[in-house]
Design a protein around this ligand. Structure first.
Ligand code: ADP
Length: 496
């Protein structure tokens, strides 16, 4: 029986005023409806924004360590429910269970990390140039945040946005991806159970138009968006036009460089994980692999064999290593890209077809797909595919490898496999991406450092922890000068 979901507005579970609904399906068994969710309107968004605005003054004045205590409770609840939440992630989004549990673990880690920030949220105290005067900067919340999330990390990404927003004292409206409304609902239920005051966190389900209603609403002060590059660009433009704080995390065309001196078995493992982990549906998935010429043929043969051994199927089965594509639309998009690659003249070395063996025909499965003879100008070499499709390239030198790696509009994640310390140092310096991995795949960012990329990958402050991370998005700086001299002191002028 499909679960009936509701919006969560001002501490109450409510239907959309539209009365319309949409369904989320299990991508491994598309006849299995996971949930029926409200298709929300502008009026629902307006209700949520009003609730969030009304809740802001009291919430923002609660001492941050107290807000942290609530996040500790949320972390504890997430930990206790990890197994059930993980199974739901697999059923609704498709990733294999160990990865789904990792998705939930990321949310737990973020809740603990941001809970601890309640006792830091550091600013600066610096000396004043004048006697009997203090000078300091403090972080203050922005106000009401609209958080718009994609389906590929249906627990982790909402957590990445909600927890830093809350610890900083903002109130929030979450508009989760239409493909994964049940996962988002579980998260909000648990936040409610932890005791969040009414209106501080609101949930509004729906499609792009519901997200856009949030972006354009005059009562929303900040937007945090993760999704496609095209939508991200539109969100940036709308937010800039309305002077809203905004951060976008969008696409990638991530790359693994394999030098001839590398531990090649390790590089094969990393390439398979990077290209086909989460069925290639991570913004950090490796979609280009650049191999030094002298080991290219060996690498291609071994990599192709390893990809062919991956067991495809329902992610809830313990033997499965690669799950389905999230939805019919994405499935068709990935198959279109495969057709484009063939038409452009790349060689389809393996895969390229729907996987329909056994239970495969029940879901949206595509075989691990490898292209060779790919020219850098081809669309499959330049555009984000977001599926189990990877392009292989042959180069002579490290300089060529780095130039090719950087030849993209995106700049999220890059990796190099080498045992040469000088080569790794050059790659670290010259790869123009937000994340660089040495002797590890393109995926596996940890939450205590900023996450995000360069160029078209996104704009605004990065997500997650550390200097330059999410707290820079969810707070603004206020500088306070306190003069206790009792006289008129003039900075820059009274230089005694
Ligand atoms: P994906 O290809 O990952 O589905 P999208 O960018 O279409 O990427 O979707 C990511 C999130 O953005 C989803 O929650 C979606 O509903 C939302 N969204 C889509 N279009 C818009 C828009 N014009 N304004 C705001 N949010 C949108």
């Amino acid at each position: 029986m499909a679960e009936r979901l509701k919006n969560f507005i001002n501490g109450r579970w409510v239907e959309s005023r539209s009365g319309r609904t949409f369904v989320s399906l299990n991508p491994a068994r598309k006849d299995d409806t996971v949930a029926i969710a409200p298709d929300s309107t502008m009026t629902d968004v307006d209700d949520a924004v009003k609730a969030a605005r009304a809740a802001f003054p009291a919430w923002s004045r609660i001492p941050a360590p107290r807000r942290g205590e609530l996040l500790f409770k949320i972390a504890d609840l997430l930990s206790r429910r990890k197994s059930a939440l993980g199974r739901l992630v697999t059923s609704e989004m498709g990733k294999v269970l160990p990865e789904a549990l990792g998705d939930v673990q990321e949310a737990i880690d973020m809740a603990y990390y941001m809970a601890g920030e309640g006792r830091r949220l550091q600013g600066e105290t610096v000396p004043s140039e004048l006697p009997n005067k203090d000078a300091k900067s403090i972080r203050v919340p922005i106000g009401v945040f609209g958080c718009i999330t994609p389906w590929n990390f249906p627990t982790a990404i909402p957590a990445w946005k909600l927890f830093p927003a809350l610890i900083a004292g903002n109130t929030v409206i979450l508009k989760p991806a239409e493909e994964t409304p049940a996962c988002a609902t579980r998260m909000i239920e648990l936040i409610e159970e932890a005791g969040i005051p009414a209106g501080v966190v609101n949930l509004v389900h729906g499609f792009g138009k519901t997200g856009e209603a949030l972006v354009t609403h005059s009562g929303v002060d900040g937007i945090s968006f993760t999704g496609s590059a095209t939508t991200g660009r539109r969100v940036e433009e709308l937010a800039a036009g309305a002077h809203k704080t905004c951060s976008t995390e969008t696409g990638g065309k991530n790359v693994i460089i394999v030098m001839a001196d590398a531990d090649l078995d390790l590089a094969i493992d990393g390439a398979v994980w990077g290209a086909f982990g989460t069925t290639g549906q991570r913004c950090t998935a490796a979609s280009r692999i650049i191999v030094q010429a002298s080991v290219y043929d060996w690498f291609v043969a071994r990599f192709t064999k390893a990809a062919g051994r991956l067991r495809i199927g329902d992610g809830l089965k313990s033997s499965t290593q690669m799950g389905p594509i999230v939805s019919q639309a994405q499935y068709e998009r990935v198959l279109d890209y495969i057709a484009i690659g063939r038409k452009e003249g790349a060689t389809l070395l393996r895969g390229g077809r729907p996987y329909s063996k056994g239970a495969g025909k029940l879901g949206w499965f595509i075989e691990p797909t490898i292209f060779t003879d790919v020219m850098p100008a081809m669309r499959i070499a330049r555009e984000e595919i977001f599926g189990p499709v990877v392009c292989l390239f042959k180069v002579e030198t490290l300089v060529d490898a780095i130039a090719l790696a950087n030849d993209t509009v995106y700049g999220l994640s890059a990796s190099i496999y080498t045992r040469d310390v000088n080569a790794s140092a050059r790659a670290e310096r010259d790869l123009d991406t937000g994340l660089v991995y040495i002797n590890a795949s393109t995926i596996g960012a940890e939450i205590q450092l900023p996450f995000g990329g360069t160029k078209a990958t996104g704009s605004g402050p990065r997500e997650a922890g550390g200097r330059g991370g999410a707290l820079d998005l969810y707070t603004k700086w206020k500088v306070i000068y306190r003069d206790f001299s009792g006289t008129l002191q003039r900075a820059q002028i009274d230089k005694e």
